[in-house]
Design a protein around this ligand. Structure first.
Ligand code: ITT
Length: 201
């Protein structure tokens, strides 16, 4: 079976993509299957730029079609922070959440959005990037054990629970990652005659 590499070392992202790709005739590998991958400096100023860098590096290193996601949380009252620096906001998930809640102390506006950019690279070139988002608010305190990152403090619009409390099926229907992925799949299906051999779908 043909396979595609998702250029991430984040096992939670891999799991989400595995579920999103469940109906496709393509096997998913990730950088966890390529321990020798040298890594990519995520020095872009946009999610799209970083996603493109990661996808390209993986496509060239693994010599197969690859896609990557760069994602993060943008908080209105913090002028969009932590944004592209979401992973580097502090050393661990609990510390990142603690810093975020600290910065928001006393602020009334708790609106935020998760953003995900996906880049697809084939034959050593980035062919397209896509973006998805999910809007919501930041909870007063972390709740729930599901998901990863900022999930315990993000309450998506239309729900009372955080992504940490909602099950993975629900998150995978409405998340920034699911929305970006749906756009990417639409593109892949439309361009199938071009990509058929590479993707094997
Ligand atoms: P890769 O670069 O290897 O894919 P990463 O975790 O470093 O893994 P990013 O550079 O895209 O990924 O950083 C995204 C950060 O934004 C991530 O570490 C989380 O803190 C946060 N984030 C992104 N998507 C999230 C989600 O679905 N739920 C919770 N937090 C998320």
């Amino acid at each position: 079976m043909a396979y595609i590499v998702v250029a991430t070392g984040n096992a939670h992202k891999v799991e989400e993509y595995r579920k999103l790709l469940a109906d496709q005739k393509v096997e998913l590998k990730s950088l966890l299957d390529y321990p020798g991958f040298p890594g990519v400096e995520e020095d872009g100023t946009t999610f799209r730029e970083n996603a493109a860098k990661k996808a390209l590096a993986a496509c060239r290193y693994c010599d197969v079609p690859a896609f990557a996601d760069d994602s993060g949380l943008e908080v209105e009252a913090l002028d969009g922070a932590p944004g592209v620096y979401s992973a580097r906001y502090a050393a661990t998930d609990p510390e990142r959440i603690a810093r975020l809640l600290g910065e928001l102390e006393g602020k009334e506006n708790r609106r935020a959005r998760f953003v995900c950019a996906i880049a697809i690279a084939v034959n050593g070139e980035v062919i397209e990037t896509f973006e998805g988002e999910v809007r919501g608010v930041i909870a007063a305190a972390p709740r729930g054990e599901h998901g990863f990152g900022y999930d315990p403090v993000f309450i998506p619009d239309g729900y009372d629970q955080t992504f940490g409390e909602l099950d993975s099926e629900t998150k995978n229907k409405i998340s920034h990652r699911a929305n970006a992925f749906a756009r990417a799949m639409e593109f892949v299906e439309e361009e199938m005659s071009v990509l058929d051999d590479d993707f094997g779908i």
